[in-house]
Design a protein around this ligand. Sequence first.
Ligand code: ADP
Ligand code: MG
Length: 308
Amino acid sequence: MENAISIQNITKLYGGLRAVDDFSLEVRSGTIFGLLGPNGAGKTTLIKILTTLMRPTSGSASVEGNDIQANGKEVRRLIGVVPQENNLDRYLTARENLTLHARMHGMRPRDFNPRIDELLELIGLAGRQHDFPDTFSGGMQRRLVVARALVHNPHVLFLDEPTAGLDPQSRRALWDYVQSLRSKMTIFLTTHYMDEAEELCERIVIMDHGRILVDGTSEQLKEAFAHSHIYELEFRADTDRYEELIRSLPFIESFERRGGVFRLSLPGEEYLKPLMDSIGSSDIKKICLQEPSLEEVFLELTGRKVRE
Ligand SMILES: Nc1ncnc2c1ncn2[C@@H]1O[C@H](COP(=O)(O)OP(=O)(O)O)[C@@H](O)[C@H]1O
Ligand SMILES: [Mg+2]
C-alpha cells in the first residue's frame, strides 16, 4: 500500500477553539514522518483522532485503508501508540505491563511471551522486567512505553513527543531504537525538537494553529525558508580596523563581534565576492559559512512568542 495514513480535511473544535483546522495529509508507507509545531499547535489532538481516542468534528482519515471511524477496531489492531504522557500501570511490573497489552490485543501466551522477551532485551530492560515502573528512570519508562506499543507487531507507530524531558543519553538511545525500526513500519512522530526531526524524519511538516505551514525534507525547508547567509570571519591582525571597514559596507545585514570572531549576514551568496574584494584576503585567518538551521526555519514560521 502506497499511503499508510491518509487524512482528509480534519477539523477539531474544542468549544470555540479550532485545535485542528481543515488538515489534510498523506503519509507514505515505511517512512518516518515528523509533525513539528510549538505547544498548542494541535499535534496531540491530531494523534488522538488518528488513533481513534477522539472523534474529529468533521473530516475523515484512514490508516492502511481503514476508516478511523467506521473501522476503528481494525485501526487499533494495526497501530501502536506512544502517548505524550507515560501511561504505564504502576501496580504492574514492566513485564506485566507488556503482558496486559498483549492480552488486550487477543494474543496467546505462546505468541506474546517470546515477543516480550525479545522486546525487553532490545530496550535493555530484561534485567529489570520484574520491577515496577516507579523504580525506573524517565528514559527507562519511555523505552518501556515504546516496547509496549510494539508488542502486537503494529504496522504504523505513533510517537507523541517521544523524547520530551529525557537526558541526552536516553534521547540518543531512543533515536537509535526508532532508527532500527525504519522501513519495518510507518512511523508518525511529533516533536518540537528540531534536532530530533532532522535526525529521524525523511519528511517534515511544520504546523501551527491547527494548520500545515510547510511540508518537505529538512534540506528543502532550510533551503526555502532560512534566507540569511551567515558567515564567521576571523583575522590574523588589525581586527578593529576590519570591524570598522566591514560595518561600513552597505550590504552587510547584521554584524556581531565576539572577541576576535565576527559573525555577519549577507543578503545572498553573491555578496561574498564584494565582501572579499573590500577586505582583501591576506589577513583572513578563517572564514566559514554557517549552515541555516531548521530551528531558524521553525522560528521564522511560528514566531518567537512563547506558547502556553
Ligand atoms: N481536551 C481539551 N479541551 C479543550 N481544549 C483543548 C483540549 N486539548 C487540547 N486543547 C487545546 O487545543 C489546542 C491544541 O492542543 P494540543 O493538540 O495538545 O497541541 P500540541 O500537542 O501541539 O501541544 C491547544 O490550544 C490546547 O490548549
Ligand atoms: Mg502535545
